[in-house]
Design a protein around this ligand. Structure first.
Ligand code: NAP
Ligand code: FE
Length: 366
């Protein structure tokens, strides 16, 4: 056995965990810069809980609520400059993966006067400001990963940066904050979490310990399938989805993702498909492509989901994801070429060619 294991994040999970652990905020300083989306902070109730606590603790704060979905370099530059001008001691990210990833970028840019494109070098002369992450979706696991995934208009794709210093210091995980999600975002983000667990489990970089997180994530996702199919989410189901997403994040913190994410980025960039939905539509054919190389592991995944075949999984996922768009071969060539440039493609257990990628898209999306 040969592995490295590190999660640089303290996780505080449970109902009212923000209020119950106010001291965690004061430890990080006297000035907090809050990074959130246009609606997610308020709709979830997380922004209200946090600002109330900050006021009580005498911590000055400023709210930046202009994070776009799939944030761009321009967007995080803006947030970073405002955080610097505010002279923030720490950053609080509140929202789905988009605001949490933007918070990590702002934490670096607030103290390093570099252009955002330099983020991808992963070397920062000054350590990023500490980040507190408060997820309001149950999907990306960004609260426990070092990754920040940003849209690069210059390269027409999404790209991630992150190193040991970009793990959030603390994650507050309260499923109450995900109760306001509509069914569509709930399903899409849950499927993103499944994708992290499965891609991590089947990755060349998987380890004994990352597999523990991945298997638990898939199993818990499976327990939530009836709720995802019926669209009926009680608090218990919301907690399980949040837990599963966190485990998926812990998995990819060690393994990274592979070709599902690599191809999915183009479906988001060029066609606007939500991140998790893009991954979910590709999942079954990705499993079929890899089947002979990791047969036992794929059978284990299907078993944990209570399914017998890849086709059964494909039917279930298409059912909850509403496959609708039409695609053409020209798009597949373009997306395959871009996905080949992603570092994560080399982590796929089976060597992949551009033609293989096109074939996966053809079988998944036509
Ligand atoms: P998101 O883009 O953060 O949010 C999707 C939508 O849900 C937004 O409209 C958002 O509103 C809304 N929303 C969020 N929480 C809500 C709540 N509690 N109630 C009502 N509405 C709410 O979606 P996401 O899937 O969580 O994140 C996707 C991003 O994360 C992508 O950029 C993806 O590449 C990245 N990602 C990161 C990692 C990682 O390890 N860091 C892993 C996978 C994916 P607002 O616009 O108001 O916020
Ligand atoms: Fe993802």
């Amino acid at each position: 056995m040969d592995f490295k294991f590190q999660i640089g994040t303290k996780v505080l999970f449970g109902r009212n965990c923000v209020k119950a652990n106010g001291a965690e905020f004061s430890k990080l300083g006297a000035r907090a810069f809050i990074v959130t989306g246009r609606s997610s902070g308020k709709a979830s109730g997380a922004l209200g809980d946090t600002t109330e606590l900050l006021k009580d603790a005498g911590i000055a704060y400023m709210v930046y609520d202009r994070v776009d979905n799939n944030p761009t370099l321009e967007n995080v530059k803006d947030a970073g400059m405002e955080a610097a001008a505010f002279e923030a001691d720490f950053i609080i990210g509140i929202g789905g993966g988009s605001p949490l990833d933007a918070a990590k970028a702002a934490a670096v840019l607030a103290v390093n006067t570099v252009e955002p494109v330099e983020l991808f070098k992963n070397i920062f002369s000054k350590k990023p400001l500490p980040v507190i992450a408060i997820p309001t979706t149950a999907g990306t696991g960004s609260e426990v990963t070092p990754y920040s995934i940003l849209t690069r208009r210059d390269l027409e794709t999404k790209m991630s940066f992150g190193n040991e210093d970009t793990f959030p210091k603390v994650a507050f995980m309260d499923a109450r904050y995900t109760m306001s999600l509509d069914r569509e975002v709930t399903v899409n983000t849950a499927v993103d979490a499944l994708s992290h667990a499965v891609e991590g489990y089947l990755s060349r970089r998987s380890t004994a310990i990352s597999d523990v997180f991945a298997i638990e994530a898939v199993e818990v996702f499976g327990q939530c399938l009836p709720a995802l199919i019926n669209g009926d989410f009680d608090f218990e189901a919301r907690e399980k989805l949040l837990y599963s997403a966190m485990l998926g994040g812990m998995t990819i913190s060690h393994t990274g993702t592979t070709i599902v994410h690599g191809i999915g980025y183009s479906l988001t960039y060029f066609r606007g498909l939500p991140h998790g939905r893009a991954n979910g539509l590709l999942m079954a054919e990705y499993l079929r492509f890899n089947y002979e190389y990791v047969r036992e592991k794929i059978n284990k995944v299907l078993g944990l989901l209570g399914m017998k075949t890849i086709d059964e999984l494909k039917r279930q996922l298409s059912g909850i994801l509403n496959k609708g768009e039409t695609f053409d071969e020209k798009e597949f060539s373009r997306y395959a070429a871009l996905a080949m440039k992603q570092k994560s493609t080399s982590y796929n257990i089976r060597n992949v060619t551009e033609t293989d990628m096109q074939d996966i898209m053809r079988k998944s999306l036509l």
